[in-house]
Design a protein around this ligand. Structure first.
Ligand code: CTP
Length: 426
């Protein structure tokens, strides 16, 4: 995540940040995070677990931070330090976060002052895990992280690199500069995003289409539609007039006009009907690329053996929109890929962007933990025509939606003519 120093300082200045530090080798890097937060003008309250004090001296933090280190639930001057800390905090950052801390927080077990503070606070929380690769990849840890993310906790994923004991792999604490940038982004979110799509007409598609084979059987895909619904919800919350064309069996988000469809053809006609009056189109649906050429009327009987299965291509809706959109309209596509690494993912997204004439492509690697179809979380890379791709780490689908719409807002601000002032497309 690129750090924008001045903008970060503006949002961090005066903010009360509880900096939780747990017992891992990376605890020494929390000193650098503390210093950066203080330099940006934040009021930093360090909370160290007992294990953290084995790795780095409390005196170091006390000297750098805005207040002395706190470590214990009991024995200090305050009989209920966790509720006081939780209420004062504008933000809680835990770096490094061990598997134990993540597990106790996910399970709601307040074994020490830091977990008790996390459970007592209503402020946004940023968790920065660091541990050995095997531990990070263990299903128990991944499940706990996913539970926290689904509850709205932000996570800066560990990076690949050298680990304790001379090992290498994923599990190393993310760069302190990236952690401070993520902290600033979290504080900025409610204040500045508020209504930045006021009156903008946004068309979103969602879900996986189902193509009939006969009267009871369909060809479908694994898309749940949650990412598209989260996009519609987030756009509406930011003031947009949203139409959601959905093939998903999910409730309609509040304040959104919903068109329910089942097949690729129905989705295409609903989209083409709304496209001329849309300022932004986000194609999050997993549209079938092929459908049975001649669906069987009635129900095919098993005794007749396997049914004939001749497929024909469907319309590529995104490519059609890209070929005949009006100037100023922002077109966002999605790309679910099984890529061999981040560079291959970006290359595949770029190719799709060119092929289909989109302005942005939101790519995810379906093999990455937490980023596949169907779950509550996602992790994406947003690729545009210019500039560096933006990596959006593992987060709730609503958080991903917010990052996608941030990119749309930036694109509109960078030169697209404002809403409804161009000539009509045709
Ligand atoms: N899309 C579409 N119409 C289709 C198929 C896909 O509009 N018939 C859109 C999707 O909504 C998505 C984007 O195209 O925004 C990319 O879809 P994807 O399935 O990843 O790409 P394909 O073009 O189908 O290529 P492939 O499956 O070979 O990767």
């Amino acid at each position: 995540m690129p750090a924008d120093g001045d903008a970060d300082s503006a949002v961090l200045r005066g903010a009360c940040v509880v900096l939780g530090v747990t017992g891992g080798v990376a605890a020494y890097k929390a000193v650098e995070i503390c210093r950066r937060l203080v330099d940006a003008g934040a009021h930093v309250v360090p909370v160290l677990t007992r294990a953290a004090t084995e790795f780095v001296g409390a005196a170091t933090f006390s000297a750098l931070a805005s207040e002395p280190v706190q470590t214990a639930l009991f024995g200090g001057p305050d009989p209920i330090p966790h509720t006081r800390l939780g209420r004062r905090a504008d933000l809680v950052v835990v770096a490094p976060a061990t598997a134990r801390l993540i597990g106790e927080y996910a399970a709601g077990i307040s074994a020490d002052l830091l977990v008790a503070t996390l459970l007592a606070t209503r402020a946004p929380v940023l968790i920065c895990p660091a541990m050995h690769t095997e531990m990070w990849e263990h299903p128990a840890v991944q499940d706990n992280v996913a539970r926290l993310v689904a509850r709205g906790v932000a996570v800066v994923e560990p990076a690949a690199g050298r680990l304790a004991g001379g090992d290498t792999g994923t599990g190393r604490l993310a760069d302190p500069a990236d952690i401070v940038a993520a902290a600033a982004a979290l504080l900025r979110r409610p204040r500045e995003r508020a209504r930045d799509l006021e009156g903008v007409r946004v068309l979103v598609t969602a879900g996986g289409t189902r193509e009939p084979l006969d009267a009871v059987r369909v060809i479908a895909n694994r898309s749940s539609g949650r990412q598209g619904h989260a996009l519609a919800e987030e756009a509406a919350a930011r003031g947009a007039r949203v139409r959601l064309v959905t093939a998903a069996e999910l409730d309609a988000p509040a304040g959104v006009e919903v068109v329910r469809v089942e097949t690729a053809a129905q989705l295409a006609s609903a989209v083409h009907a709304a496209a001329p009056e849309s300022d932004v189109i986000v194609m999050a649906a997993a549209v079938a690329d092929f459908r049975p050429a001649a669906p069987i009327p009635g129900k095919w009987k098993k005794r007749d053996g396997p049914p004939p299965l001749l497929l024909e291509p469907t319309e590529d809706v995104l490519a059609a929109l890209g070929a005949r959109r009006r100037p100023g309209q922002v077109l966002v596509g999605f790309a679910a890929e099984a890529a061999a690494g981040p560079a291959a993912l970006v290359a595949a997204a770029r190719a799709k962007l060119e092929e289909k004439g989109a302005d942005l492509v939101v790519a995810n690697d379906v093999r990455e933990p937490g980023a596949g179809f169907g779950g509550e979380t996602n992790a994406v890379t947003i690729v545009g025509r210019t500039g560096e791709p933006t990596r959006v780490p593992l987060g709730s689908k609503r958080t991903i939606a917010a990052a996608v719409l941030d990119a749309v807002v930036r694109l509109r601000a960078a030169g697209s003519p404002p809403t409804g002032q161009q000539g009509d497309e045709q």
